[in-house]
Write a protein that binds this ligand. Structure first.
Ligand SMILES: Cc1cc2nc3c(=O)[nH]c(=O)nc-3n(C[C@H](O)[C@H](O)[C@H](O)COP(=O)(O)OP(=O)(O)OC[C@H]3O[C@@H](n4cnc5c(N)ncnc54)[C@H](O)[C@@H]3O)c2cc1C
Ligand code: SF4
Length: 526
């Protein structure tokens, strides 16, 4: 126990008024107003608990990165003079439950007031509210001061609408923050530069090495082993490559603005065997743990663009702003507008289990092998790999959204339910019936071949719809449309696919669908 905490505890025993402030593991915002002044009557509490390591099985790097970043944060708060009570996973008094640890702390130390920052996950929100109701001391929930919109902004913006169109929310946010806005109009005369962006990676521009850290997490690895925390994925490389404090987050941001931003939009949707993060920022972990503020990221990128318009074109910066000011804020709003019912949605009534290769990467489908392989290696895949490879296959194969969610929530370094479930169940699996996406994000091998080099050297043939080694994406694509005709045929964005399907001869359609069925029956062996 540090001297400050000891001094603090002595104070409660002498019945001073003492406030306990809870910091959740994803609330590592060093600039929160809580920390502006040092107050001896405030005790911050942070805790590593089995409740959080076990609610889903996580990638080992994700658990290591969260614990390492939490420990760093506690260290930095103490350095600034704040009192922090940090409960480690193997501390003898750790009950492994957030409310139970809080109850003990409050009772044993004459705490007279309890405060917390609102959690981003519904499950934690419910838990902490119930806990506060049971308290006999006053409690208060404060804002995290992190997001650029409120929990209810999306619900209010789309009141009574059946579909939540990102574009409309994004434009409102651009105006609200006057970002890339000139006289109430978008800079460059257009809100959206997607047509210029999203090219295949052609090798003409060198891809920068991703910035990686050497954070020592040996103690934490031993801790997880000692406590038998069940994880998956690899942590072969001893040091943790992910940033664990604000300073490291800023380095990733700077590296991104200098080396990746000039081609961010252009190759946003490209995929290649050679580079696992291409020109993506890899900022999601720092943003979602609140080490980095979204405005800090946006302003740094805009500053870089303003300083260097010769190298960074408007479509690049607009593409980046759209992701953070648009998609990220929008997904959070969708979450709070739709939970808890969102977690039950299963529009296509899918029921299959996720095949083993999502967990071990052992498959002949080369695109899946690469996307899953790098996810297991780095706890990271970029957006289009998540959407158009792993997500696409899961939807075509009819995997139950609970299975898909559990995997995405566990595997990615940045996965926290508010942003995972809206992307997975909503955008990728269309389980919400089209609230987020205007049509299902599915494709045959054609798209994957166009946007990547995965098909080269694959066991399967991307051109074949049936027959020996026909690419499973092809048969499954048509079988998906065939089996969901009643749910999709009236969607104006999909009608074209049914016209193509209906132009196949009966014999050809039969062969395609038979092949797809065979693949589904033998899904574990693909
Ligand atoms: C099926 C699926 C599951 C996903 N699960 C998560 C998740 O658990 N956590 C998560 O943060 N993102 C998730 N995403 C969104 C996106 O894929 C990641 O934010 C992104 O890949 C993170 O890498 P990056 O930081 O290099 O992003 P970049 O491509 O560099 O984008 C910059 C930032 O924009 C934000 N962003 C971009 N796209 C989205 C989006 N669709 N929704 C919300 N924010 C976005 C992120 O904060 C990201 O860091 C998911 C997407 C899909 C299709
Ligand atoms: S041929 Fe099919 S399975 Fe192989 S990489 Fe291409 S899309 Fe993936």
């Amino acid at each position: 126990m540090s001297f400050r905490v000891f001094r603090g505890l002595l104070k409660y025993q002498r019945n001073f008024k003492m406030k306990l402030c809870l910091i959740f593991g994803d609330q590592l915002n060093p600039n929160h107003s809580w920390f502006k002044t040092v107050d001896d009557n405030v005790l911050y509490v942070m805790m590593e608990v089995r409740q959080e390591t076990d609610y889903v099985m996580h990638h080992i790097q994700k658990v290591l990165a969260f614990f390492a970043a939490m420990r760093e944060f506690a260290k930095q708060l103490r350095k600034k003079g704040h009192q922090v009570h940090y409960i480690k996973l193997d501390d003898s008094g750790n009950t492994q439950s957030i409310p139970e640890n809080l109850t003990k702390l409050i009772h044993n130390n004459n705490i007279t007031r309890f405060e917390y920052q609102i959690p981003d996950e519904y499950r934690l929100d419910q838990q902490i509210r119930q806990f506060c109701e049971s308290l006999s001391i006053p409690s208060e929930a404060l804002d995290t001061e992190h997001f650029l919109s409120s929990r209810n902004d999306v619900a209010d913006h789309f009141k009574d609408k059946k579909q939540y169109l990102l574009e409309s929310f994004y434009r409102m946010m651009r105006k609200r923050y006057a970002i890339l806005i000139d006289n109430d109009q978008p800079v460059g005369g257009k809100w959206n530069f997607d047509v210029q962006n999203r090219q295949r990676y052609d090798g003409k521009v060198p891809v920068p090495e991703p910035i990686m850290f050497q954070n020592d997490v040996r103690d934490l690895k031993q801790l997880l082993q000692k406590m038998n925390v069940k994880t998956f994925g690899f942590a072969d490389e001893d040091p943790l490559i992910w940033p664990i404090n604000h300073q490291q987050a800023q380095q990733v941001l700077l590296y991104f603005t200098v080396h990746c931003l000039p081609y961010f939009g252009t190759y946003e949707d490209a995929m290649t065997k050679q580079y696992w993060s291409l020109f993506h920022s890899r900022l999601s972990f720092t943003l979602n743990t609140k080490m980095l503020h979204p405005l800090e990221a946006i302003e740094a990128a805009i500053h870089a663009w303003e300083q260097n318009k010769a190298c960074i074109s408007l479509p690049q910066i607009e593409g980046f702003v759209r992701q953070i000011l648009g998609w990220r804020e929008y997904m959070r709003g969708v979450y709070w507008a739709q939970m808890p019912k969102y977690k039950e949605m299963n529009f296509f009534e899918n029921s299959r289990k996720l095949p083993h290769y999502y967990w071990d990467g052992d498959t002949k489908l080369q695109c899946l092998r690469y996307a899953i392989g790098q996810s297991l290696k780095y706890a990271y895949a970029h957006h289009i790999q998540r959407l158009m490879i792993t997500g696409n296959f899961a939807l075509l194969a009819g995997i139950h959204p609970d299975e898909v969610d559990a995997w995405y929530l566990g595997v990615y370094i940045d996965a926290i339910e508010w942003v995972e479930i809206t992307n997975t169940r909503g955008m990728s699996q269309f389980a919400d019936g089209g609230l987020v996406a205007t049509k299902p994000y599915v494709s045959s091998a054609n798209y994957i071949q166009k946007m990547s080099d995965y098909c080269r050297g694959c066991h399967y043939d991307p051109k074949k719809k049936y027959g020996d080694r026909a690419c499973p994406f092809n048969g499954l694509y048509w079988s998906f449309y065939d089996r969901h005709r009643d749910k999709l045929a009236n969607n104006p964005r999909i009608g074209m696919m049914y016209r193509i399907l209906d132009r196949f001869s009966d014999e050809e359609r039969k062969k395609i669908l038979e092949q797809a069925n065979w693949y589904l029956e033998n899904i574990e062996d693909l």
